[in-house]
Design a protein around this ligand. Structure first.
Ligand SMILES: Nc1ncnc2c1ncn2[C@@H]1O[C@H](COP(=O)(O)OP(=O)(O)OP(=O)(O)O)[C@@H](O)[C@H]1O
Ligand SMILES: [Mg+2]
Length: 238
């Protein structure tokens, strides 16, 4: 079986500064793969490049067997690659429901859209309770739920989440992680970028540790969770 996503020797630069220096990894259908690493390692840059928001200076990206090289960002969404960005980027003055509908902007199957809105409300009941309220009235954690719900509205083959636990209380973080586990159990393929290495590795099938633009260590989630260097650098042990 070929991988759903194949990234090979990917290089991305901001002007002269290379932020991603030749990374390779794959994501198989049904898997959760996580990229962990310190601030500035290139995780967000990698996701933004996969979404077509940044152009690589080298390497290959193949999604569902097709090269993404010449595919513009909006078409990448329609191929099934959805991105819940760092910092969420919801529209605060629009209602929660309208924010969700935006995630379905490429779809025309009305009944399917209604079903998926209901699915988002089942996954995150608070969003349903407050569907008519402005999204800006949601707490940070609830806004994260909305960003994830919105990304799911495009019926992605691959859901990319950039730091879903950022800035959340421990309880809210647990809730978000439990939802990611639930999505995985439903068969959603997920590429998860997280600073919270413990939480991410605990639910990931595979993980990659990034440092200044490179992947320095790869393994199963469990292998990395028990790796001594990972424990020292990312899990606060000495
Ligand atoms: N728009 C930009 N212009 C110039 N340099 C940038 C830009 N965005 C990011 N960088 C640089 O690229 C490198 C990688 O940044 P990136 O945001 O991908 O890291 P990250 O791994 O997501 O970090 P964090 O965990 O802090 O979110 C950093 O050195 C960063 O300063
Ligand atoms: Mg980032």
């Amino acid at each position: 079986m070929t991988a759903l996503l194949e990234v090979e020797d990917l290089r991305v630069a901001y002007g002269k500064i290379e932020a991603v220096k030749g990374i390779s990894f794959t994501v198989d259908a049904g898997e959760v793969v996580t990229l962990i690493g310190t601030n500035g390692a290139g995780k967000t840059t990698t996701l933004r490049t996969l979404s077509g928001l940044l152009k690589p200076v080298g390497g290959q990206i193949k999604f569902a067997g097709r090269s993404l090289k010449k595919v513009p960002a909006h078409q990448i969404v329609s191929l099934g690659l959805a991105h819940s960005p760092e910092g969420r980027h919801i529209f605060p003055r629009m209602t929660i429901e309208d924010n969700l509908r935006l995630g379905a902007f490429l779809r025309s199957d009305k009944a399917g859209i209604e079903k998926d809105i209901q699915r988002a409300y089942d996954l995150f009941p608070i969003l349903g309770e407050r569907r008519k309220q402005a999204a800006g009235t949601l707490s940070g954690g609830e806004q994260q739920m909305l960003a994830m719900g919105r990304a799911l509205m495009s019926q992605p083959k691959l859901l990319m989440l950039d730091e879903p636990s950022m800035g959340l209380s421990p309880i809210m973080m647990q809730k978000i992680m439990a939802t990611i586990a639930e999505l995985k159990a439903q068969g959603t393929t997920i590429l998860l970028v997280e600073q919270n290495a413990q939480a991410a590795l605990s639910l990931a099938d595979h993980g990659h540790v990034m440092e200044i633009g490179k992947i320095v260590l790869s393994g199963t989630g469990q292998d990395l969770l028990h790796d001594e260097s990972v424990r020292k650098a990312y899990l606060g042990e000495d």
